[in-house]
Write a protein of this length. Structure first.
Length: 273
């Protein structure tokens, strides 16, 4: 989604910065990166990951350092400047304190099973395990239970923090790929920009590949018992987003705690609580 909205002529995003995925977290030294907080599938567990306006880091000096680090990578002549780093979901309140008058938060969520499987190969059970080894051997990677718990705890933090954000919108990945044009129109409207027309290239069926792996594991007795435990522990906590671990292929409308921030439910904007 970040690459799609960066195509808007009035949006400037980081490009060719030389850091992984052109993510702003790697271009600054104000707050720790995801790698410093445990890496993929673990960073949200670290207390230092959750930053708010009450953090000791929320100072004028931090604001100036962030701006000096990021500004050279943007076209400052554009009205919207885009920064995309996954751990931002744990520091929305801090970033709002850094840029209080203009910050908008566009949060993209995806089914926890897909996120868990997509993240798994990039995880390590311990920091001493070489990344090359963990990517080859699943037994050296974080288990699905931990990865789903990470998703749950991070997204519960998002919802708690969203209550004090002035401009926040939640978009489900599944809705975005099903109707890119319609959802992008809403996103541009949220950013106070005129929509643009494009041929948005969608890679379909990616979630389904992960669901197939989940269903395949259910076929064994041991796998069925393990995934039943995952579903038992987290089913109620993923439902607010319209997701299910018991029936991964079935999507429901987001429940009110999430829907109030969605494109279809009415994202918050200036003047709203």
């Amino acid at each position: 989604m970040a690459s799609w909205i960066a195509e808007h002529p009035q949006i400037s995003a980081f490009r060719d910065t030389g850091v992984p995925q052109d993510e702003g977290q790697h271009l600054q030294d104000v707050f720790p990166t995801a790698a410093e907080l445990g890496g993929p599938g673990r960073f949200a567990f670290a207390p230092a990951s959750h930053l708010t306006e009450a953090s000791p880091l929320a100072t004028r000096a931090s604001r100036e350092r962030l701006w000096q680090a990021w500004a050279p990578h943007w076209d400052l002549g554009q009205p919207v400047l885009l920064e995309k780093s996954p751990p931002n979901l744990m520091r929305t309140r801090f970033l709002q304190a850094m840029f209080p008058d203009t910050s908008h938060f566009l949060l993209v969520v995806r089914h926890p099973i897909a996120v868990a499987y997509a993240t798994k190969r990039w995880t390590r059970l311990a920091t001493w395990i070489p990344p090359q080894a963990s990517r080859r051997l699943q037994q050296l990677q974080e288990p699905l239970h931990t990865l789903v718990r990470h998703w749950v705890e991070a997204h519960e933090c998002v919802l708690a923090d969203a209550t004090v954000l002035r401009n926040v919108c939640i978009v489900r990945y599944e809705d975005l790929v099903a109707d890119p044009a319609g959802n992008l129109q809403g996103i541009f409207r949220f950013l106070n920009l005129e929509p643009v027309s494009r041929e948005w290239e969608v890679k379909g069926g990616l979630n389904e590949l992960y669901f197939q792996r989940w269903h395949a594991r259910v076929q064994s007795r041991r796998g069925r018992a393990y995934l039943s435990r995952v579903a038992r522990d987290f089913e109620d906590r993923v439902r607010p987003y319209g997701y299910s671990l018991l029936h991964p292929d079935q999507f429901a409308a987001p429940e009110p705690p999430v829907a109030r921030y969605s494109l279809h439910g009415g994202f918050t904007s200036p003047g709203q609580p």
